[in-house]
Design a protein around this ligand. Structure first.
Ligand SMILES: [Zn+2]
Length: 95
């Protein structure tokens, strides 16, 4: 897992640089100023699905209450959110 590289100059964006740009349609490279677009990473997309059986396992193992399930759900959402720069890949066109 690493942060994305610019599709033009090939320089790697830092975590903060990626996070600031990732919610925009056009992501401007901080190194060369070119416009990059989000590229769907097929390999990474299924990873969050792994959390579902893990979550179910935890619920059964720890005999969690609904509050515990909600807390784990929130934790997974935060984790998902924080890992966005590591799962973002860039491409030159918006297609
Ligand atoms: Zn660049």
């Amino acid at each position: 897992m690493h942060t994305p590289e610019c599709s033009y100059c090939g320089k790697r964006w830092s975590y903060g640089q990626t996070f600031k740009q990732v919610f925009k349609i056009k992501m401007i490279c901080p190194h060369c100023g070119e416009e990059n677009y989000y590229h769907a990473n097929k390999k990474g997309n299924w990873l969050p699905l792994l959390a579902v059986p893990v979550l179910l396992g935890l619920v059964i193992l720890l005999k969690l209450s609904s509050v515990g399930i909600i807390l784990i759900g929130c934790f997974l959402m935060i984790l998902h959110f924080l890992s966005i720069p590591y799962r973002t890949r860039l491409q030159r066109t918006g297609k």
